[in-house]
Design a protein around this ligand. Structure first.
Ligand SMILES: [Fe+2]
Length: 331
């Protein structure tokens, strides 16, 4: 894995102040970052008033890396209190940072939430949780969180994944691999752009478990767009044993290429990683959780961007395993 330089966008002090002031205004008005239609409406109105400099910082991902890090916001390590022991007990911990993330997500697109995940909150807390060490979800720690597309099982998944760092004393790296940096043969691309296997919902979607009404749809791992290839990839939830040897070999070469181009991004408090979920798969290295209130703590927001042509049109007909993405703003 390489530690090649990650594109960084340094926020200017004026932009930081604009975001902070708007977030403080929201918190004073609502007293919580738990979203209501009123709060989401207010976020949208505040975001509309942001200046051009701010908008320029939050322009779409514009390099083959498929991601960038925003720098310039800060987090008061004492002020945020201890790292919550799980998302379920996080409540309003670091609420001001939830609101900053919601605001910048709204500038970049339309934030989404899932009824079946973290109580339908629009900003998730990613913290290691006792008993979940070896899962393939954000609550894990001991195992490598294998590279994946966020919410790959669903046609309503985010176009952008936004990770805001609250605390990361051990410098635990998020991993990211861009399909635009891989080298694959035309034959492999042909095979992998064919819909062969489904991607099943992950463990974090409790409500989706046992969903058996309809057959899982087969989906392509790759999609060729005018601007290049995009991907939809989650090997931990793809039943590869159902494919023939030729397909499995091509999928294996895709995995090898993603591993070859993978970069490690070790976020510092205040930094915000923006990942294009159609270009980049992300994961996390294994680590030893502390469980003493000083663990790594990230905030996560998911954003849809209207009008993108990064996905096969056939996706629109998928059932999504009975899950529905809640959009912050009517679109
Ligand atoms: Fe993820």
């Amino acid at each position: 894995m390489s530690t090649a330089a990650t594109p960084v966008r340094q926020l200017d002090p004026h932009t930081v102040a604009e975001l902070r002031e708007a977030a403080a205004k929201l918190l004073a008005e609502f007293g919580t970052s738990a979203t209501s239609p009123e709060l989401l409406g207010r976020v949208q109105r505040l975001a509309r008033d942001f200046g051009d400099d701010l908008r320029h910082h939050f322009r779409p991902v514009d390099t083959a890396d498929g991601l960038f890090v925003l720098r310039g916001l800060d987090v008061d390590d004492e002020g945020i209190g201890p790292t919550p022991g799980s998302w379920a007990t996080a409540g309003d911990s670091g609420a001001i940072h939830d609101l900053v993330l919601l605001l910048l997500s709204t500038v970049m697109g339309n934030p989404i939430a899932w009824e079946g995940q973290q109580n339908g909150r629009f900003v998730h807390n990613i913290v290691p949780s006792p008993g979940h060490e070896t899962e393939q979800t954000g609550a894990s720690s001991k195992v490598l969180l294998s590279p994946h597309t966020e919410d790959a099982f669903h046609p309503g998944r985010a176009h952008l994944l936004i990770l805001g760092c609250m605390r990361n004393h051990d410098g635990i790296a998020t991993t990211a691999a861009s399909i635009r940096k891989t080298r694959l043969t035309d034959a492999d691309v042909d095979l992998l752009t064919t819909a062969v296997l489904p991607i099943l919902p992950d463990d974090a979607y409790k409500a989706a478990q046992g969903y058996t009404d309809q057959a899982p749809p087969a989906v392509p791992a790759l999609f060729a767009t005018e601007d290049g290839i995009t991907l939809r990839y989650d090997p931990a939830y793809t039943p590869l044993d159902r494919a023939d040897a030729e397909y499995r070999a091509a999928y294996g070469r895709l995995s090898d290429e993603l591993a070859r181009v993978s970069v490690a991004v070790s976020l510092r408090p205040g930094e915000v990683l923006v990942v294009d979920n159609d270009l980049v798969v992300h994961g996390r290295v294994p680590f030893q959780a502390r469980y003493d209130g000083t663990d790594r703590w990230l905030k996560r927001a998911s954003v849809r961007v209207a009008g993108r042509r990064t996905r096969p049109p056939a996706e629109a007909g998928e059932h999504g395993y009975g899950q529905a993405a809640l959009e912050a703003h009517a679109s």
